[in-house]
Design a protein around this ligand. Sequence first.
Ligand code: PMP
Length: 610
Amino acid sequence: LSGGDEERALLHAVFEDYSRGLAPRLKTLRHQVIHQDAHPGNVLVDRDDPAKITGIIDFGDLLFGSLAAEVAVACGGVVEEAGDPITAASDFVAAYDAELPLEEDELDLVLDLMVVRNAMTAVVAGAHLRIAPDEPTHIASPRPFIDRVVKLRGLGRDRFSRELRRACRFPVYCPATPGAAADPGEEARLVEARRSLMGRNTTHFYSRPMHFERGRGPWLYATDGRRYLDFYNNVAQVGHCHPHVVRAVSRQAAALNTNTRYLYSSVLDYADRLTGRLAPHLTACLFVNSGSEANDVAWQMAKTVTGHTGGIIMEDAYHGVTDVMRRFSPGRPDKPLPDFIEGLVVPDPYRGPFRDRETDLAEKYAQDADRAIAALERAGHGTAAFIVDSAFCSSGIPDVPDGYLRAVQARVRKAGGLMICDEVQSGFGRMGCWWGHEHHGVHADIVTMGKPVGNGFPLGVVVTTDEILNEFIDLTRLFSTFGGNAVAAAAGNAVLDVIDGENLVERSRTIGNLLRRKLRELAADCPLIGDVRGHGLVTGVELVSDRKSRSPATAETSTLLELMRERGVLVGSDGRDANVLKLRPPLVIGADEVARFVDALGQSLKSMQA
Ligand code: PMP
């Protein structure tokens, strides 16, 4: 080569990259007969209909190789002539993908393959000039190829991949290997775009928001090149992107998804399987698209069948975002409620008015329902329903005394009200049994489901008795266009398959017990931990600055969440003082993930104590 050391170093770097990174990855990609000089000049088209390909010239250039190489060769031809190479490459790849669908790993290698191809051509040309300078060659000089190597490398692999992915509607590039961080400016751009497009106060977790583009099992992969153990999750019940759920959703989406007024079998199959897991009187389903909607409909049902208009909730409940469900979601005990809602004192033996070893805790707390019922009577509403999340998540996952919900239910029934069990948090094995209300031994008149029901695919379900559903539908004719659509039903069915097939209810119980045992052991060295409680894989860890007075360690909890993030673990907090760590990992975690979590928590707590 004539260009000296700099050129040699450049080519050396390209071939190093190739042999270390690219070649091993190429081996894992699809191989087939490809054209190694695929460009428009090698394609014969019909004279009258240029869109019709009639032949390919130069069968000597056909070989068995990686499909990604064919894409890169053809892409190179397009890009070389374009003023804006990335747009040209995106257009080309989108057109290729429309005829012959590409895989995302193939897209990610296109730029590197273009680079290495030009580097090879430069070397071949250089060698030819050196060895046989007088013999004719169609490549006169290595120069233009070296220039292309420089230009292509300057485009930036991440940016190039991102645009190609966008063109083919693949998810955003997200490195799965530590250290392979994507463009650091992207995070700031997203925050800014979110503020301008979705409101200046859109909420996000953490002082520096996280940017995930990929998930698998209990792991979320961030664009900072790190993976994070997800102990926050309350949606991906069977793990992020569970392959069985993904397949079911994509197969159905590829077949049909339309208005739910047509007949289709999957939703009936699903309704049958779902009700089969509930008490025998719960036989009728109404499908919507979210937990909020399910609660809203349940509330409408309760009013319709009881003729009453008053509701009872826990004083710091959360049940959703519709107009009325926001009223049912004060989130804090001190927030004023409208006159048709009464909030009950949270049955929290650690922090509430009745504590620890006092006798008859359940009954003492349940008596507050008498006050609530009387208030609703006085206000002229009467009691239509008591709605409760069996996991008591927004109350900080207290250790609810056995018999409490049964005692409240007895009072509500006597007042003519229904029991609405909101299973959005507690259902589908979360509490170590199928349903949270099963754990409390209550009789549900209406059960509502959301989030985990579709493992992230929007689906909400209201399950009740035939009588309640029929009376309600007769009166209202309520119908949801997308509720329980064929794709949602496929997701729901697949989630049931996985929970059964992987024995996740049992796993939730055993792994949850292991987690709490390890946390209690950790508490011996960490005075900030005041209390550990929960069932199955919903666990509350209450942090206190003084174990005796139980003063809530609110500021420390918020610091802890950030420290845990630095150690690669995601976790949230809740409770009236935001001092309870709320742990809800996907049910697929095992002892390894428990150990990792406890280790990260121990290190973070100790760093705060130091
Ligand atoms: N009920 C409970 C107990 C919840 O925790 C939530 C969501 N956090 C909802 C209902 C509302 O569900 P969605 O946001 O899916 O509408």
